[in-house]
Ligand binder design. Sequence first.
Ligand code: F6R
Length: 608
Amino acid sequence: MCGIVGYIGSNQAAPIILDGLSKLEYRGYDSAGMAVFDGEKINAKKAVGRLKILENLTHGGETMKGTAGVGHTRWATHGAPSDANSHPHLNAKGTIAVVHNGIIENYIPLKKKMISKGYEFVSETDTEVLAHLLDYYYKGNPLEAISKVLHRVEGSYALGIMFSEYPDEIYAARKDSPLIVGQNEEGCFIASDVPAILKYTRSVYYVDNQEIVQLKREGMKFFSVDEEELTKEAVTIDWDADAAEKAGYEHFMLKEMYEQPKTVTDTISPRIKDNDIVIDELKMTDEELKAIKRIHIVACGSAYHAGVTGKYVIESLARIPVEVDFASEFRYRDPILGDDCMVIVISQSGETADSLAALRDSKAKGYKVLGIVNVVGSSIAREADSVMYTWAGPEIAVATTKAYSAQLAALYLLAMKLAKANNRVSEDRFQQLLVDLRKLPEQIELLLGQKEKIQHFANRYVGAKDIFFIGRGIDYAISLEGSLKLKEISYVHSEAYAAGELKHGTISLIEDGTLVVAVSTQPNLYQKTISNIVEVKARGAFIMAVTSVENQAIEKASDYVVYIPQTDPLFTNSLAIIPLQLFGYYVAVGKGCDVDKPRNLAKSVTVE
Ligand code: F6R
């Protein structure tokens, strides 16, 4: 996730900005840049790669003299990591500089408009449109220009802005991307997150949605997006530096779980337009989508599990047969693909060796590959014929949570798009699916609110030897992911089984007190799963059920029940995964495991 730092005061800005950006490195980035006003003009420097490169380029900031500036670490979204795409972005005259974290969803029409007015774009970013819009609206009053621009843009933003005609001011603004401002005796600061400025001040203001801040050496003023002045209360930060990096959460994994509502919103909302689904990145017409008669999903680990859910959703909605393969198997099993087949490779990192090899193999055989990828500019993103990005931002914890949720959301969108192209879904059902899709983020939030309850329950299982997860249909897909989450971070042995399959051998492992987590969210399968619960309960199992609100009948057969809110049965995995993630997390915490860096695992598996 991009990081922003700004400073105006009596000290040199560049070293403070570099230092602040270094405290935001944990957020992940692939390039960095800063702009400093030197008394006459705005100087900007950018560098692809580590922040160290920008530091070396500017001799630790010494070659960029000036006491006002803004800086940025970029996590590529629109356009690969490059100098041109790095921030700050400036207007053509170099008199306005802007750094941005977030996504300007309507940047394409805005860009077209600005081009028609004679503006030239030098980057592929959504952010550059802001620099030109600011230029367009600036008539000598920065606040007015910012306000006008913010009324035009849709999406999310945290911004740091400077105008060379106002060298004693810098500006910040925010909507749906994190941003704070702070002050000490020597100046004022902008930052995406507390660690960047903790060394300088513990008194900060959280900038609220659609607020603008004017920062001067001697203090700050807050305005609404309509330029009305506001009063705000400062908050005193008492976290230590380590806790501040994780925004006060104990682990990155927990922080990332809490980012899931935003991740799902960011993945879904830019692709819902006028009550329809628009996925321009597919680069396929409805006719071309209609011609797809078979789909092969290829992935590893959790991304594979997302693919298994995808199979159920696509087959059910679009009636297109889907095969899901482990990338490591797909590569060597000489799969039978047809001309009418689409290969989908799902990967958070975009660098997983087996997934990349499967992609290359498929392309070599002449098949079109769609990548569902989180890291922009990664190998899979570069080599796939088309890419649908999951906008989860950088994931630091080794065990994936938010990227997995974003993958599910991307697959739902794709399934709905395919269903519509094939006339397989009525308009009423499609609209209801959109309603349910939009509700998912707040429902995820609701489930995250049950953290204490799940923690309490999980504490009873820190000594468990084996835990089983069972479910039928789409609930089996989520059982796979729930089981992986638990075992990879807590080292408790766990298996996921299709609920009806357990009795064909594995049930012999059930002993008195063995925990069986039964997922049951599919109305047509409630009774069937209850029968399987009864089977294992009769062998001494203790049952944790994760089910839908309407399935209260499950209480009789279970020992502990977690309910998920009402949604379309095809979307339940996005909700059922939350208690399962929390459960795995708290078993691991209870055992004192290194949750963010489990033994033997790497975030990106670049070997076969
Ligand atoms: C588990 C996990 C892994 C990854 C797998 C694929 O929590 O993160 O199972 O899902 O290694 O990685 P990507 O998605 O980067 O291809």
